[in-house]
Structures are given as structure tokens and as C-alpha cells.
Design a protein around this ligand. Structure first.
Ligand SMILES: C[S@@+](CC[C@H](N)C(=O)[O-])C[C@H]1O[C@@H](n2cnc3c(N)ncnc32)[C@H](O)[C@@H]1O
Length: 351
């Protein structure tokens, strides 16, 4: 496979990826990971059609994710016994700093969205949040959950001691674009003296985030459906925006709104992907192809509107600090986390 010209190798791996995505959505990945089995057995475990399970398992074999047990197959008396290749598929059993299984699962609806993305590429009109949400569902919000579990309390907050002290003393915290709300649930549990409010455009995610918060018994956190530009004045000591700013259609309006929302002495804490925005430099980053692809297919399209430039996940490295300064903020600290994010603390100028 490695001897193939890159384009052909990419084409081959696209089919392998779609196999993994289908395996994630149908339960076939889990069926294969749960132990050696014939196509019939895999189908029974996943609750899918046996002929399709056989074709899927064969795709897994040729793409390097499974093997056929020696002495099986090639004869109807001894059907092939498929076994997950632990050195490749085994990664799905591990806890990583991001949710790989969610990322694989998104690949399938994202592929279905390609004709719509093609139209957006032609007309430059972007794709509205609710259209993306309808196509992709809540899966994208799962991708970052392990990132927050690993880095938020252990790394991002301690890197900004003023923020940590304010959270401990008791602060009103607003997060804009919290999605499923995982980051705020961690903060609300860790800092019981503070009060937390998440504002997201998407009412469905707000409902789910409130349900998960209630289930976690967190009385100091709730979510509301609201646009970033429409925050109540002087309502927050800390405004957080984690991996969301580059999705906003009106970054200037959002920044002006959150400036008004901050009380005197308050601050903004923002995490954006730690890429430079220069593709020549970023090509060195192992995850650059994923991040640049996710930006073109998803983040950029959500932020793009007709006649306006849009942002996307590669925007921050080249623009964020200057954008904050032009918008009336002074950058207190820009900390690059191991988790692949720039975590920036900024205060309104004049404070
Ligand atoms: C990529 S998701 C990030 C969610 C979460 N912070 C995370 O890391 O998992 C971006 C979120 O921003 C929300 N969003 C986009 N534009 C917004 C706006 N103008 N006001 C509030 N939320 C917005 C979207 O609905 C989405 O939930």
C-alpha cells in the first residue's frame, strides 16, 4: 500500500475510513473488537445483515484492520473467522485525548454532506448552523470531551492563575458555544462557589446539555439558547469560548457583545486550535490534514456567510491575538497547551 502514488493511497484509505465509519455506526466495529467470529456471528452481535457483515469484514481484512484465522475460510464447511488486528483496530479500545470513535462516526454523514459543501465552495454562502446540525447531529460535540477531561482542570485553568483564583472565590462564568456542555460540567463540579451559564445557538444541544447537567446534579450550571452577540450587559466575570469562536458568523458582533457582558475586572478565556494558519508550517503537525479538512468541510462553512470572509479552525493562529487587540482587549497570556490548543486570556483595555 505504501508504494502507491499518494492520490491512489488516499483514495484507498478513504474506502477504509468509510468502512470504519460504517462499522462505528452499525456496531460492527464493536462486534469485531469483542472477539473472533464468522460473518454470521459478527452480524448477530451487531444486529445487521450477514451478507453485508461478510463484505464489511472482508474490507476490514484488505485494509489492515482484521485478519482471517488460519485454516478458516475458502470453504463453506469452515467459514472465515474474522479477528480484529489489535495493532491497528485496537486503538479504538484506548482512551485518547480526543474521541476518535466520534470522529470516525462523523465521517459518514460528512460524506453525505459533500454535495452541499460543493455548493458552498462554489457560491461562498457557507452552510447555516441548523443545516449542519441536522446533517451531523450531536456527534461533533463528543470529539472534544476527552480533551476537556484531560486538559481543562489539569492544564488550561492552572496556566491562568487569575482565572483559577476567581473561580475558587466565586465568579459568574459564561461559556459561549458550549455545545454538549462537557467543559462547563467539569468547571461547575470543580468550582462549586462559582455560577456557570452556557449560551449556544443550537436549542437541541441546549436541551441535551441541561438534561446531562441535571443528571450530574450540578445546581450551579444551566444552558440557554442564545446568540453570542446578545449577551446580557455586565453579567459575567469570566467569558469562556472553547473551540467555538472560529464557528461564529459575526466575530466582531460577538466580541463587542462579550466586551459589554464582562463586568469591570472580568476577563475572556479562549481556546483555539494551535495552528499557525500557514499551511507550509502546519504541514509539520501530525493532525494538520484532519484539522484543515474539518475546517473546509465544517467549521469554515458554519462561520461563512455571503460576502464575508468566514474563519474556520485554521484562522486563530494568524489572526486571534491581533483581532482581540483591535477589538479593545489586551492579551494577558497566550498559553499553548499540549492538547493542541492556544489558551488565551484577555481583558478589556482600560481595565
Ligand atoms: C465546534 S462546536 C464546539 C462546542 C464545544 N465548545 C466543544 O468544544 O465541544 C461550536 C459551537 O458553537 C455554537 N455556536 C456557533 N455560533 C454561535 C453563536 N453565534 N452564538 C452561540 N453559539 C454559537 C455551535 O452551535 C456549536 O455548538
Amino acid at each position: 500500500m505504501s508504494d502507491l502514488p499518494q492520490v491512489i493511497a488516499d483514495l484507498a484509505r478513504w474506502y477504509a475510513l468509510m468502512g470504519l465509519g460504517l462499522g462505528e455506526r452499525t456496531g460492527l466495529n464493536d462486534a469485531l473488537l469483542s472477539g473472533i467470529g464468522t460473518a454470521e456471528e459478527l452480524a448477530r452481535r451487531a444486529g445487521v445483515d450477514a451478507d453485508n457483515a461478510r463484505l464489511w469484514a472482508e474490507l476490514m481484512v484488505v485494509s489492515g484492520y482484521a485478519t482471517v484465522a488460519e485454516g478458516t475460510g475458502g470453504d463453506s464447511n469452515s467459514p472465515a473467522q474474522f479477528e480484529a488486528d489489535d495493532s491497528t483496530l485496537g486503538i479504538l479500545r484506548r482512551t485518547l485525548p480526543f474521541d476518535l470513535r466520534a470522529a470516525l462516526e462523523i465521517a459518514v454523514p460528512l460524506a453525505g454532506l459533500m454535495p452541499r459543501i460543493e455548493r458552498a465552495v462554489r457560491d461562498g454562502g457557507g452552510i447555516a448552523s441548523d443545516e449542519l446540525q441536522a446533517a451531523l447531529g450531536p456527534i461533533p460535540e463528543r470529539v472534544n470531551v476527552p480533551t476537556y477531561d484531560k486538559y481543562l482542570l489539569a492544564d488550561w485553568i492552572p496556566a491562568h492563575p487569575e482565572v483559577e483564583a476567581a473561580l475558587q472565590a466565586g465568579a459568574d462564568v459564561v461559556e459561549i458555544g458550549p455545545g454538549g456542555g462537557g467543559a462547563l460540567r467539569l468547571l461547575a463540579a470543580a468550582f462549586p462557589a462559582s455560577r456557570f451559564l452556557g449560551y449556544d445557538l443550537d436549542p437541541l444541544q441546549v436541551t441535551e446539555a441541561n438534561a446531562a447537567t441535571q443528571a450530574a446534579g450540578l445546581g450551579n450550571l444551566r444552558f440557554e439558547a442564545r446568540d453570542a452577540a446578545l449577551l446580557p450587559d455586565a453579567s459575567a466575570d469570566i467569558v469562556a469560548i472553547f473551540d467555538a469562536f472560529h464557528h461564529f458568523t459575526d466575530p466582531d458582533g460577538a466580541l463587542a457583545g462579550l466586551r459589554r457582558a464582562l463586568r469591570p475586572g472580568g476577563c475572556l478565556l479562549m481556546a483555539e486550535p494551535a495552528l499557525t494558519g500557514d499551511p507550509v508550517v502546519d504541514a509539520e503537525d501530525t493532525f494538520a490534514t484532519i484539522t484543515y479538512g474539518a475546517s473546509l468541510f465544517y467549521c469554515f462553512q458554519e462561520s461563512k456567510t455571503p460576502g464575508r470572509p468566514g474563519m474556520g479552525s485554521t484562522w486563530g493562529g494568524g489572526h486571534l491575538l491581533g483581532f482581540l487587540e483591535d477589538g479593545g482587549f489586551r492579551v494577558v497570556r497566550a498559553y499553548v497547551s499540549d492538547g493542541g490548543y492556544d489558551v488565551v486570556q484577555a481583558v478589556p483595555t482600560g481595565d
